[in-house]
Ligand binder design. Sequence first.
Ligand code: SF4
Length: 393
Amino acid sequence: MLRISQYLREVAQAERTGRYPAAPATRARAGGPRPVVIWNLTRRCNLTCKHCYALSADHAYPGELDEAQMLAVLDDLKAYGVPALILSGGEPLLSPHLWAVARRARELGFHLGLSTNGTLIDAAMADRIASHGFDYVGISLDGLRETHDRFRRLEGAFDASLAALRMLQGRGLNVGMRYTLTAMNAQDFAPLLELMRAERIGKFYFSHLNYAGRGNIHRARDARFAATREAMDRLFQAAWSAAWNAEPAEYVSGNNDADGVYLLRWVQARWPEWAAPLRERLVAWGGNASGVGVANIDNLGHVHPDTMWWHHDLGDVRERPFSAIWEDRGDALMDGLKRKPRPLQGRCAACPQQAICGGNTRVRAQQVTGNAWAEDPGCYLEDAELGIEHEMA
Ligand code: SF4
């Protein structure tokens, strides 16, 4: 996840004071950093959204973890030093164990997030969520009313989700909108940003669709990449406006770590003197976090490098503790993901910007080519923009 606002606030401060702020102090953790765990408590969902990675439906899924198993997993995650949990689904509000897990997670001191579609949240449910002390609740809005309801395949979904955002915010919760860009909802992106501002929603999470790409194409002329660049320009502008006006709104993006490189170019074009310190910060971030800074436990207790890797199973928390599964580098994919630099191939291997994006989204490369280390077909920057040199024939 790229914290766009965080970087642009630093650039804004540099513009105001003439000095780039010092990097925030970080303490290295003995044994290395621990991942944020996205935990799909259940696969059951009341919606059947078009872009759902979990292919969820509204029925019980056999073999899901029971409450005692979930609480045991929590203890292991805590002992291992996992700092944050995002409880997801399916629709996590349909998990009978959500509240017990949330209560215990709070007792253990995890930073606790909830990722929901929002349609099941009425006033009583909003009270219940607020009373469980979630640090953050993210609700997906894929567009304005007509678009969102079509995506979610439910009339009234938009109104219900927006009402949920308002109810939770009214109870003092930190809430955010999550939006996934596709060709079918790109037209609603600007109005959604407006809606976020009008509703004073604290966070906008812009997600790229992890779609399959093609081989060697002219990226600047490709309609999808052009739409992506246009959306990113708009997102950066919104984040800059908030940063410059000292508004607290947070803008972040995910599922395409080339965004970090694009942000650097965006800043370089406007304030070239701050490009070098920004680059240092982006290299320290390091881009894609699959298998390192983010982990996934699915509804059956299987561990994956992130939520897009459900077809790659690292182990079952019922058989081995999460910590043992996560540390095991006998799995070739995990070994590669944890290496620095990663064993990239193709244009990613030749790219001078790989220290920023970390080679971007490996699952996209794997799904298109069968090779997890091939170049990421979702990278929307041109070779010349990245400084990739070609030998003359
Ligand atoms: S070519 Fe690969 S390494 Fe370079 S910015 Fe794009 S995704 Fe990252």
